[in-house]
Design a protein around this ligand. Structure first.
Ligand code: NAP
Length: 297
C-alpha cells in the first residue's frame, strides 16, 4: 500500500516561531534591551561560514544585535579564551555562540565550558545539559529543540511511540534522546539510540515509529531499513561533491525520494530541520535577554 508522505518543511514552523517571539522582543525594547548575540568563528571552514551567515541574517531580519568575531585558523586556545572572557563581561551580548568545529590546537570542551552558563544560548555547556537531564531546562540545544517544534507543528505524536535516534553527539543525538524520553513536554517515547558500535542499525530502525537520524553519513538509511508509516526527521546535512558550478550538493542522511509513498512524514534536506536550528538560536537569545533583564528566570 502506498501512503501520501507529508513533507515536514521547516520554514512555516520557523516563521510561526519568529511571530511568537515578536511581542517578547517588543517588550524587551520597551525596557531598552535589544537581544544580542556574539558569534565566534575560528578559521575558514566554508560550511561554518555559511551557517554563520544564515544565523546573522536571522538576527538582522528580527532587528536584533549580532556581531561576528572572525579569528584566524592559527588562533591559540589562550587567545580564544581571552575573547570569551571579554564577551562574557560585555552586557550588549546576551548570548555567545562558538561555531564548531574548532581547529585541532583548541580543546572545544574547554572553550564551551568557558562561556557563562547564562549566555550559553547553544545549550552545549554542562550546566545547560545537566538542567535538561534534571528536567529543568534553561537553554535547550537548538537543533533538538527545533525538531520538537516541527513535531508539534505537524502534530506528530511522540508519547507511547518507539523513537529511534541514530547518532549520539552532544549537539543532536544525546539531547534528542533526553527530550524524547522525558516525562514532561513532548516526550514519553520509548527511545533507542544507535551509533557506530550498534552491530545492525536496520534491526532497530525497522522497529521505529519515529526515526531521528543525525549521523552525518549521506543516505545511511534506505527504504529497506524502515517500516511503512514511519515518521522521519533527517538532521543530516552532507556536502557531496559533484560536477555542478558549486562543486557539491547537499544530501541528508536519508534519500527523501526513497521514502515517498512509504513514510507517513519526512523532513526534506535542505529545508527541513535547518531553518528551525536558526530560529531556536534566536529564541534562546531572546530568553537570555529576558533572564538578564529580570523578565524571566
Ligand atoms: P557527529 O558529532 O559527527 O555525530 C554523528 C553521530 O552519528 C555519532 O554519534 C556517530 O556514532 C553516529 N554515526 C556515524 N556514522 C554512523 C553509522 N554508520 N551508523 C550508526 N551511527 C553512526 O555529528 P552531529 O554534529 O551530531 O551532526 C550529524 C549530522 O547532522 C551532520 O550531517 C550535521 O551536518 C547535521 N546537523 C545539521 C543541523 C541542522 O541544523 N540541520 C544541525 C546540527 C547538525 P559514534 O558516536 O559511535 O561515532
Amino acid at each position: 500500500m502506498s501512503v501520501d508522505t507529508i513533507l515536514l518543511k521547516g520554514k512555516p514552523v520557523a516563521e510561526a516561531a519568529y511571530e511568537r517571539l515578536k511581542p517578547r522582543i517588543a517588550a524587551l525594547r520597551g525596557r531598552n534591551v535589544i537581544p544580542g548575540l556574539a558569534v565566534v568563528l575560528v578559521g575558514d571552514d566554508p560550511a561554518s561560514a555559511v551557517y554563520v551567515r544564515s544565523k546573522t541574517r536571522a538576527f538582522q531580519n528580527m532587528e536584533l544585535v549580532s556581531e561576528t568575531y572572525n579569528l584566524p585558523a592559527t588562533t591559540t586556545e589562550k587567545e580564544l579564551l581571552q575573547l570569551i572572557d571579554r564577551l562574557n563581561d560585555d552586557e550588549h551580548f546576551h548570548g555567545i555562540l562558538v561555531q564548531l568545529p574548532l581547529p585541532s590546537q583548541i580543546n572545544s570542551q574547554t572553550v564551551l565550558e568557558r562561556v557563562l552558563p547564562l549566555k550559553d544560548v547553544d545549550g552545549f555547556h554542562p550546566d545547560s545539559l545537566g538542567r535538561l537531564l534534571a528536567g529543568e531546562p534553561r537553554y535547550i540545544p537548538c537543533t533538538p529543540q527545533g525538531i520538537l517544534e516541527i513535531l508539534n507543528h505537524y502534530e506528530i505524536p511522540t508519547a507511547r511511540r518507539h523513537a529511534v535516534v541514530v547518532g549520539r553527539s552532544t549537539i543532536v543525538g544525546k539531547p534528542m534522546m533526553a527530550l524524547l524520553a522525558n516525562k514532561w513536554g513532548r516526550g514519553n517515547a520509548t527511545v533507542t539510540v544507535c551509533h557506530t558500535s550498534t552491530p545492525d542499525i536496520a534491526a532497530h530502525t525497522r522497529q521505529a515509529d519515529l526515526l531521528i537520524i543525525a549521523s552525518g553519513q549521506p543516505h545511511l538509511v534506505t527504504r529497506e531499513m524502515v517500516s511503512e508509516g514511519v515518521d522521519i526527521v533527517d538532521v543530516g546535512v552532507n556536502r557531496v561533491p559533484d560536477d555542478s558550478p558549486k562543486g557539491y550538493h547537499l544530501e541528508g542522511d536519508v534519500a527523501t525520494d526513497d521514502m515517498l509513498g512509504l513514510a507517513h512524514a519526512i523532513t526534506p534536506v535542505p529545508g527541513g530541520v535547518g531553518p528551525m536550528t536558526v530560529a531556536m538560536l534566536v529564541s534562546n537569545t531572546v530568553l537570555a535577554a529576558e533572564i538578564s533583564s529580570g523578565a524571566a528566570s
